[in-house]
Design a protein around this ligand. Sequence first.
Ligand SMILES: Cc1cc2nc3c(=O)[nH]c(=O)nc-3n(C[C@H](O)[C@H](O)[C@H](O)COP(=O)(O)OP(=O)(O)OC[C@H]3O[C@@H](n4cnc5c(N)ncnc54)[C@H](O)[C@@H]3O)c2cc1C
Length: 391
Amino acid sequence: MPDRAPQPVDRQLPTDEARDLISLVREIAQREIAPHAAEEEDAGHFPRELFTLLSESGLLGLPYDSEYCGGDQPYEVYLQVLEELAAARLTVGLGVSVHSLSCHALAQYGTKEQQAEYLPAMLGGGLLGAYGLSEPSSGSDAASLRTKAVRESGGDWVLHGTKAWITHGGIADFYTVMARSGGEGARGITAFLVPGDAEGLSAAAPEKKMGMKGSPTAQIHLDGVRISDARRIGDEGQGFAIALSALDSGRLGIAACAIGLAQAALDEAVAYATGRQQFGRPVADFQGLRFMLADMATQIEAGRALYLAAARLRDAGRPFSRQAAMAKLHCTDTAMKVTTDAVQILGGYGYTADFPVERYMREAKVLQIVEGTNQIQRMVIARHLAGPESR
Ligand SMILES: Cc1cc2nc3c(=O)[nH]c(=O)nc-3n(C[C@H](O)[C@H](O)[C@H](O)COP(=O)(O)OP(=O)(O)OC[C@H]3O[C@@H](n4cnc5c(N)ncnc54)[C@H](O)[C@@H]3O)c2cc1C
């Protein structure tokens, strides 16, 4: 049995424009992204130049309004683009997803004036965004964040505090930052658009991570950062609701990236198992591996269907928060299982850096943690079923 080259995923796309878009993304992925992925991840290199290319190709603002240089694409198309990018390199797919997350607040809650002033550069001007909710002492309990925003008599805001785990921390051109402008709890939080070169903003050294080494994750220190009120997004006290609304959509991005990563691992496993001979036959002949491959493929298809169903609800203007949590939970658990099984299928070679599956396995882990851990996704889903916890 010869090695089986992976076939492109057969996607249901709503328009010819969307089909052209996917072809363009596959071309960029094959030509520009995949060939450098292993080497650059190993070296911890963030491919800034690729993000410039993606911006020039109109791929950094896809789900947003074309009036502000967005791509006017439905979420179901945008997510499939993310899936293709993540299959080539997770740092890139996830980076586009985080950039999109960081644009959500202004695109949904900004005034017309703010949108006209800032959005075109954010969506189509080559800028890179970051999203600042987490802090050293507040992760899952994000509403307990401590970064302070104090309004001065002249109307400006002054920000003090530390944001933690910020993807693109230190290299982003802008940060959507949630800070405490009022009392305790979720209602005391306001959102701000902070320029990356603001005086008083600095980044710590990037975290040393298990995977995704090409994607910088760093603490951001805000030491008296002065922001004009024109950069406050939404009302005072609305920041936590804005942050959660962004995460509902962002979680679908994580789900799509997870399926891209899992698909890449399955493709590697199939190609290897059909080529590797043991006992005089390809190992893909053995039912023990055939059933593993079948289960991997089935979980991937189920995950893709789940994130697309949630995206179509969003595109139709219907509530999708529960479905987004389910998609994030299922797709990222699938990525973890499928990448682990892919290592198993490659045997000893799977455990080496000669093949990408060990990297995929390390990368999959983070997807179960970011944008709400999978425990938090279960809490969100259970609240929709059983109502809020009594305490
Ligand atoms: C690589 C990376 C990139 C990231 N990028 C960003 C970013 O760009 N912007 C940003 O704001 N944040 C970012 N994060 C932060 C991420 O969102 C948090 O790590 C995550 O929300 C969990 O918070 P924590 O790490 O503080 O864990 P904790 O909240 O301390 O949780 C510890 C453990 O307790 C569990 N737990 C907590 N509460 C409950 C509960 N009520 N019920 C059951 N279990 C619970 C958690 O699931 C986890 O297993 C990133 C993190 C990583 C690792």
